[in-house]
Write a protein that binds this ligand. Sequence first.
Ligand SMILES: Cc1cc2nc3c(=O)[nH]c(=O)nc-3n(C[C@H](O)[C@H](O)[C@H](O)COP(=O)(O)OP(=O)(O)OC[C@H]3O[C@@H](n4cnc5c(N)ncnc54)[C@H](O)[C@@H]3O)c2cc1C
Length: 463
Amino acid sequence: MQVSRREREREHEHERGGADGGIVIIGAGPVGTVAAMYLAPRFGPVTVLERRQDPRGGGARRGRSITVMLSARGWRVLRELGLEAAVRAICLPIHGRCAHLPDGTSHTTPYSRDRQPIWSVERDRLNRLLLDAAEATDGVRIRFGTRVREVDPDGPAVLLEDGAGRRRLACRRVLGCDGAHSAARAALVARGARATVRRLDLAHQEICAPGGWLDPSTMHYWPTGDALFAAFPLPSGEFAGSLFMRHDGPSPSYATVDGGRNLLEVFTDHFPGPAAAVPDIAEQLATKDAATITTVSCDRWIHGDSLALLGDACHAMPPFMGHGMNCGFEDVRTLVERLDSTGDWASALVAYEKSRIEDAEAISYLSFQHYHTMANPPQDERAHAATRLRGRLYDLYPDRFAPRYEQCAFTEESYASVLRADRRLDGLVDDLLGRYGAELVAASDSRLHTAVSAAGTENLGDN
Ligand SMILES: Cc1cc2nc3c(=O)[nH]c(=O)nc-3n(C[C@H](O)[C@H](O)[C@H](O)COP(=O)(O)OP(=O)(O)OC[C@H]3O[C@@H](n4cnc5c(N)ncnc54)[C@H](O)[C@@H]3O)c2cc1C
């Protein structure tokens, strides 16, 4: 591509802006683009460095999953950036999840008690929209095909590599929005931070499924205990499917499908409905790669007043609650709120880190738990009774107890306090079932109320 002289001058001006006080954001994923839009109007020039080519130019590699779900935390950020209507126009509302159980029955659970939907959007379309909006923001420049090799938080500066080779770019601050394999996080680890990067024991394969065989107002999933298939409606009327199965271990796992029964047989065995509904399922299973899911936790997210990590760079999580990106957007908003209220980067970064680490650990944990809830068909009597008793308690004490999914998706309550409340509710349910047995599930409201009061008030405390 020919770069004009004016364009090159503009680039150098922008780099000089970077050196005298500009912000460098590594990564033009959803979190990096959103961060750029918040920061440039407040603090001047922002340079976003993205190792990939511009996906709007065609020929770019597809993202990791076809759809992402937006919930309240994500919408709050899009609203603040003036993008709510534009994103809403490319989204589809999804009202609940429908489990297709091995015994042939199906069972729909609304996402919230007042029937609010979450919103499904194609990742690529959202990404393009955010890139357009970021580039239209005064002071934001995105440089594609530019990989950051190293971060020097003390400079601060980054060592970047693009078509012209490697060079150092000095700047005033660095925000690491560079995903699970973050170069910015590596700089913190080199200075003593402890990070755990794990490959989840589950891999997933994307399957495109036609429309017309499932209700398009809910997501659908087939729990088998050993593997999970999920299908999300798309605005096109089709479904974005995901097969989740173990990498290793006994069959069914990706490690065993080549040696023993092949993947199509395993899929057909476990998911006969989807196997019959997707005409080219054999070809898709044979040709699409199984993607790894990486999780990250890190005990330090900042360095002085010069470096902060946001999004997957500090908390890549299992995808089962649909919160990785929503949580990353909330990181950006929290950081900006702290900057607005203190006006001082060093103390704002400390406050940001303090308020987010526990939340990130909590939603990561809840996401992992949610996989087990979804992947395993309801099992023993007690688990069944516990689920039903929880439902009774939500109805009887709507202001005290709420389903954790609903709290995460439709409120901005801290994830950590959602987890604490959920654990207290677990304790209460265990206690009640221990004292009164499963028959309490069908008791009258007044009997249940008396039983809860007798169990003590500690389980009913606020967060
Ligand atoms: C199967 C699946 C389903 C999911 N579903 C949902 C969902 O429904 N809802 C939800 O909220 N979240 C979901 N997530 C999580 C969500 O995708 C991530 O949390 C989100 O993409 C994180 O955004 P990010 O900008 O922090 O990182 P990324 O999206 O990983 O973006 C990082 C960017 O940085 C660039 N980069 C990396 N290293 C460098 C470097 N050294 N130099 C320059 N550039 C670099 C990358 O190319 C990339 O563009 C899902 C994840 C998966 C895997």
